[in-house]
Write a protein that binds this ligand. Structure first.
Ligand code: GLP
Length: 240
């Protein structure tokens, strides 16, 4: 695995944007896997800026988001659907039909998960997957204990994740208890993976993922088994 250390959040975001731009230049119809959370916000801001200046073109790019809360409407301000449109898609020249995010309000979650997995395959698989990391080492919503051979499915969120994510909701009780997430195997099928992490509170999780034991108890540690992974960190997230 490769490790890139940037001085701070700003330069980490700029570097991530640059890496994506390079991939799109090489392959204008890139299939890009995207993440939510606070970490990629700077990256999206930078990509919007570059797109408006004509430096990067999303007109042929397809995107697949990692996850979505279950039982939440796409117009709910805390849904990942809403987040992605507000913070990224509404501001760039991507075609709406090329944007895929799991539906939080699906009537048949199991069928929907199968459909999502098939759609990724149909589009030729994910070329570049962007990941964040949870404080407990989760990727997407694959919590500790998730099977390394899991595919897109419905999962229950851990207490720690509900606690962590309650900062975005008015009350902790409002945080959905379930979600749809790409599986670990789905993520591992991506041709290239870039994990972003910034700040001191992720230090332990990042260290375990990068050089700890490969175990289902630390989902991100599975990345050590992939041939093309980059950890893009700022100085505060790195101490090893
Ligand atoms: C959520 C998302 C993850 C994300 C994680 C970290 O739980 N499902 O995909 O990586 O949060 O979020 P943040 O970047 O806000 O720390």
């Amino acid at each position: 695995m490769k490790k890139i250390i940037e001085k701070d959040y700003q330069s980490l975001s700029e570097k991530a944007a640059l890496l994506i731009k390079e991939e799109i230049e090489k392959n204008p119809s890139l299939v890009l896997g995207l993440a939510t959370g606070s970490t990629p916000l700077g990256l999206y801001k930078k990509l919007i800026e570059m797109n408006k200046k004509g430096e990067v073109d999303f007109s042929q790019v397809t995107t697949f988001n990692l996850d979505e809360y279950l039982g939440i409407s796409s117009s709910h301000p805390q849904s990942y659907n809403y987040y992605m449109h507000k913070n990224f898609f509404d501001e760039i020249n991507i075609k709406k039909e090329n944007v895929f995010i799991p539906h939080g309000e699906t009537e048949n979650p199991e069928e929907h998960c199968k459909w999502y997995e098939k759609k990724i395959e149909e589009k030729g698989g994910i070329d570049l997957q962007i990941l964040g990391i949870g404080g407990n080492g989760h990727i997407g919503f694959n919590e500790p204990g998730s099977s390394f051979s899991s595919s897109t499915r419905v999962v229950s969120l851990s207490k720690e994740t509900i606690e962590d994510n309650s900062r975005f909701f008015e009350k902790k009780e409002e945080v959905p208890k379930k979600a749809i997430t790409m599986g670990i195997e789905t993520i591992l099928k991506s041709k290239r993976i870039i994990l972003l992490s910034s700040g001191e509170n992720k230090k332990e999780a990042v260290k375990k993922a990068f050089k700890g034991k490969v175990t289902e108890e630390v989902p991100a540690s599975v990345l050590q088994t992939h041939s093309r992974v980059t950890f893009l960190l700022d100085e505060k997230a790195e101490d090893f």
